[in-house]
Design a binder for this molecule. Structure first.
Ligand code: ADP
Ligand code: MG
Length: 328
């Protein structure tokens, strides 16, 4: 816990820094950088000198200096020893999902300090699972919950308190109390969504939340950045957003649960007609990816993909009026 507090303070200090704090970045350069989506120090730290020079019109030598300075501030290359990482891993908690099958697939539940992505077609149950997770997080620890508040970023206007009430009742919880612990913000576009991701950190200072949900992670990005031309800009913004989310997860030892639709438009997106939106950026930043598809009679099949240390596998879950469960 002490360690988290310390991290939090260090991160808070870093949070106050803007790109103008990089030596060599004046007002005019800062403006050009922002126009080109280099909005934070980390984005500049990982940029290439020639890209930065092209975009801003400053010389490549000056760009290299700015990048070097940004790296210093961002502490890129700050390696941790295995035992430090192991120590942090010991703080990882697991949130039960409502379905034991799904929990088993995930090695005991959804992990804190990581992003778990549920992707699948429209109607595959992603939003139902998000509602269920919100209810679960408010439950006491001895029932697999976090006894915690929840923050939801709702981009598709699909949050339904009525559904929370049904699910809470099915768990014999006081539904008013559950609703009072869930804070929902609508995101009207991708920029708004990014801002809300930032804002979540502030809200959590007052109302600690160990579950942050973004449903859906990608729909605004997909709608706003159509076609190949704007792909790199979209990926850059998505990358930044996901790293904000991941940082929230680390700082607050929280579960980050996000949803993603599969694209059936191979002409616009990546080769596979059933590929999740967001390509490599989302794929590499999400620690756990679960592909949902419809089965018979309200059943859903959840498949774990690309986990760093869990075997691939499938779990059958059920979506009913009572929420998400194994069904029987
Ligand atoms: P998406 O993956 O698009 O977010 P949803 O999570 O919204 O999909 O899933 C919608 C499906 O969930 C519905 O088609 C229905 O099968 C199921 N569902 C939603 N509400 C209920 C309910 N009250 N009782 C039973 N099933 C429900
Ligand atoms: Mg949905």
């Amino acid at each position: 816990m002490e360690k988290n507090e310390k991290n939090k303070k260090e991160e808070d200090n870093k949070e106050e820094l803007t790109i103008e704090d990089i030596p060599g970045v004046g007002e005019a350069t800062a403006e050009k950088l922002r126009e080109n989506n280099y909005t934070d120090i980390m984005a500049i730290a990982v940029a290439s000198p020639s890209d930065l020079a092209d975009l801003t019109g400053i010389g490549e030598g000056a760009a290299a200096k700015i990048i070097a300075a940004a790296r210093k501030i961002a502490e890129v290359g700050n390696f941790e020893t295995g035992d430090q990482i192991y120590q942090r891993r010991k703080d990882v908690h697991k949130l039960k999902s409502g379905s034991e099958n799904l929990d088993t697939l995930l090695g005991g539940g959804l992990e804190t300090q990581a992003i778990t992505e549920f992707f699948g077609e429209f109607g595959s149950g992603k939003t139902q699972i998000m509602h269920q997770l919100a209810v679960m997080a408010t439950m006491p620890e001895d029932r697999g919950g976090f006894n915690s508040d929840v923050i939801i970023i709702d981009t598709e206007n699909t949050f339904r308190p009525e559904r929370i009430i049904q699910m809470a009742k099915a768990k014999d919880l006081d539904s008013d109390q559950v609703l009072a612990r869930i804070r929902v913000a609508r995101a009207y576009n991708s920029h708004h969504q990014i801002l809300l991701g930032d804002k979540a950190g502030e809200i959590a200072k007052e109302h600690p939340a160990k579950l942050l949900i973004v449903d859906s992670l990608t729909s605004h990005f997909r709608a706003e950045y159509m076609g190949r031309g704007s792909l790199s800009e979209r990926q850059q913004l998505l990358n930044r957003h996901m790293h904000d989310l991941l940082r929230f997860g680390t700082l607050h030892n929280a579960v980050i649960a996000v949803t993603n639709q599969v694209s059936a438009r191979p002409d616009v997106f990546f080769g596979d007609p059933m590929a999740p939106i967001g390509g490599n950026i989302v794929g590499h930043t999400a620690t756990f990816r679960i592909y949902l598809r419809k089965g018979k009679a309200g059943k859903r099949i959840a498949r774990l993909i690309d986990s760093p240390y869990l075997p691939e596998g499938e779990a059958v879950i059920q979506v009913s009026e009572d929420g998400v469960s194994d069904g029987t």
